[in-house]
Design a protein around this ligand. Structure first.
Ligand SMILES: NC(=O)c1ccc[n+]([C@@H]2O[C@H](COP(=O)([O-])OP(=O)(O)OC[C@H]3O[C@@H](n4cnc5c(N)ncnc54)[C@H](O)[C@@H]3O)[C@@H](O)[C@H]2O)c1
Length: 325
């Protein structure tokens, strides 16, 4: 187990970074650098003031002390990024530049100081690849640039290209490709479907389903996803020497967006109806894929990890926590 180590967590006030920081901090030192662009210090509750956590509010791209903190850490965990379909459509260039400049700086400094780096990537790197079950070696199908939504995918696969280049030159790096993590602290502000639907259901407003809702996704509770990350870090030196250091992390159980909306209405006991929004009525630049399911054999082979919870249990847990806060 990880004990008495020091971690630098970029984006540690965000949804996933804060969850992982809270898991690590009782037994390890955690330094967080976050510019709070989409993150929130409340996400670190009840550990915000814990003596093992230090939070620096700054931008990874320009932070003068970033190198010093990387030098002092055993592991660098990079979560800072701009994400969400809405931001990809509304601020595509800002999103792209933030993501690749942040990642390039973190990767370059981790390599300079010979640190173990864990990099956050995304199922989005597969683009419009519509194979039933995606394995890590599947080809990325990122569409032509007319639809700006794909710029996020491009930024995450660019991060991976940069990381693999440094790996070939000696960097110890592992990459997690997350497939739709969900949890209580996930913001509804940037188009994430589960917090958006739960918010709409709890206020008895219509749940806005794009198209006819037949598109399907897989959702993984963030606590389970972070356990997968911890397992990868626990096996770092063994895994970082593999030729393929990118790992799908998620759940294989798939659900259509229409069924998800109905399930959330049922679990919240809401009076909400479903409002189907035609793709023509969404901002130009939006695009959709029919399905996206991970093949999880690779992470299972190398860490033994697999998600155990069901989507229904995860949703119940999130709804209960939101209601009790
Ligand atoms: N949530 C998911 O399901 C999901 C899926 C795939 C990949 N990811 C990846 O996981 C990582 C974390 O995502 P999240 O869901 O926690 O999102 P989030 O928006 O909650 O967290 C990102 C954090 O990074 C911070 N940040 C952004 N740019 C920064 C910068 N330049 N300097 C310092 N801080 C900066 C934000 O303030 C925020 O706290 C991201 O790299 C994202 O691309 C997330």
């Amino acid at each position: 187990m990880l004990q008495n180590k020091s971690f630098l967590v970029t984006g540690g006030a965000g949804f996933i970074g804060s969850t992982l920081s809270k898991m690590l901090c009782p037994q390890n030192k955690v330094v967080i650098i976050d510019n709070l662009s989409t993150g929130n210090l409340k996400n670190l509750y009840p550990y915000s003031e814990h003596s093992n956590i230090k939070v620096i509010i700054d931008d990874v791209r320009y932070c003068h002390t970033l190198e010093q903190y990387i030098e002092q850490s055993d592991y660098v965990l990079h979560f800072a990024a701009t994400l969400g379909v809405e931001l990809a459509v509304l601020q595509p260039v800002e999103l792209f530049m933030n993501n690749i400049l942040s990642s390039e700086r973190v990767i370059q400094l981790a390599a300079k100081h010979d640190k173990r780096l864990f990099l956050s990537s995304s199922s989005e790197i597969y683009g419009k690849q519509e194979k039933a079950c995606l394995t890590e070696s599947d080809i990325s199908c990122i569409p032509q640039p007319e639809r700006t939504r794909w710029i996020y995918s491009l930024s995450k696969i660019s991060d991976e290209y940069i990381a693999y280049h440094y790996k070939r030159n000696g960097l110890k790096v592992i990459i997690g490709r997350y497939f739709n993590f969900i949890g209580t602290n996930q913001s509804a502000a940037y188009g994430m479907v589960v917090p958006k639907f739960i918010g709409q259901a709890l206020s008895d407003n219509p749940l806005s389903v794009y198209g006819n809702g037949s598109q399907s996704r897989c959702f993984c509770h963030v606590n389970e996803g972070c356990l997968a990350i911890i397992k990868l870090i626990n096996n770092f030196d063994k895994i970082a020497v593999l030729p393929g250091i990118s790992f799908n992390i998620g759940c294989e159980q798939s659900i259509t967006i229409d069924a998800l909306a109905r399930l959330i209405i049922e679990l919240t006991g809401s009076k909400s109806l479903i409002s189907y929004i035609h793709y023509n009525d969404l901002p130009s630049g939006f695009d959709e894929i029919a399905c996206r399911t991970p093949d999880l054999s690779y992470i299972k082979e190398h860490t033994g990890w697999q998600a155990v919870g069901t989507l229904k249990d995860s949703l119940k847990n999130i709804i209960d926590e939101i209601r009790n806060n």
